[in-house]
Design a protein around this ligand. Structure first.
Ligand code: 13P
Length: 251
């Protein structure tokens, strides 16, 4: 990786207008820690207001449809995200892969749609507890990545990958630093296989129970180029120390 670490919050289905002061506080801290790129992926209903309240902070969506427009009730297109002032989006979060039955092919289409609109896209991958226990974690996640990666021209320039073990999300459990390092190294190999030299520049984030208490240790792992943070991104009190931990681990 070259460049700054990326620390992105994923608010999931949390947040209303009453929480905009938290967005503003996070934006102020992000501006004060400019050696790190910070972002918040918010509920669609907050995007426009958050962009207005915190114009300096990268605001993103949590999902995007693979089609440019059409009969897709309840879905959001890449052009709609751009229209709100969003600069990025997640694609293929495990909660959507499971609950909305999104396939790797769906995730690839979403990533390609985001890139075509000029959005940065964070493609999420991660193994279940049973795959980890069976010793198949790396094989499972690299296969998922290969099948989910956008193939559009120049895709690597707008891409980040988040490795989020499903069993680590919201549980307080985190893989060992050795397991995180081994997975990120395997993902790096797949990115280089897909994109050549440009694959070296794609940031690989770790996600799953990242907290102020473990962020320094996680950011110190080779090939960890940032974090995707759920619960601890909901308040400035928890999220800002994670951004600060990425500063210490910057470069
Ligand atoms: P937690 O940080 O709450 O474990 O969530 C991780 C996640 O799913 C971020 O996308």
């Amino acid at each position: 990786m070259s460049g700054k670490k990326l620390v992105a919050g994923n608010w999931k289905m949390n947040g209303t207008g009453a929480d905009l002061p938290e967005v503003e506080a996070i934006a102020r801290a992000a501006a004060a820690h400019s050696s790190v790129e910070s972002a918040l992926c918010l509920p669609a209903t907050l995007l426009d207001r958050a962009v207005r309240a915190a114009p300096g902070l990268a605001i993103g969506g949590q999902d995007v449809h693979g089609a440019p427009s059409g009969a897709h009730t309840g879905c959001i297109s890449a052009a709609m995200l751009v229209d709100c002032g969003a600069r990025l989006t997640l694609a293929g979060h495990s909660e959507r892969r499971e609950a909305q039955h999104e396939s790797d092919a769906d995730v690839r289409a979403k990533a390609e749609a985001a890139i075509a609109a000029g959005l940065v896209v964070i493609v999420c991958v991660g193994e279940s507890a049973s795959a980890r226990d069976a010793g198949h974690a790396v094989a499972t996640v690299t296969a998922q990545l290969d099948a989910s990666l956008p193939r559009s021209d120049g895709a690597a320039g707008l891409l980040a990958v988040a490795y989020e073990p499903i069993w680590a999300i919201g549980t307080g459990k985190v893989p060992s630093v050795g397991d995180i390092g081994a997975m990120h190294a395997a993902l790096r190999q797949r990115l280089v296989a897909a994109y050549g030299e440009a694959g070296e520049t794609v940031r690989i984030l770790y996600g799953g129970s990242v907290k102020p208490s473990n962020a320094v240790e996680i950011f110190a792992v080779a090939e960890v180029d940032g974090a995707l943070v759920g619960g601890a991104s909901l308040t400035a009190a928890d999220f800002v120390p994670i951004i600060a931990a990425a500063v210490s681990g910057a470069g």
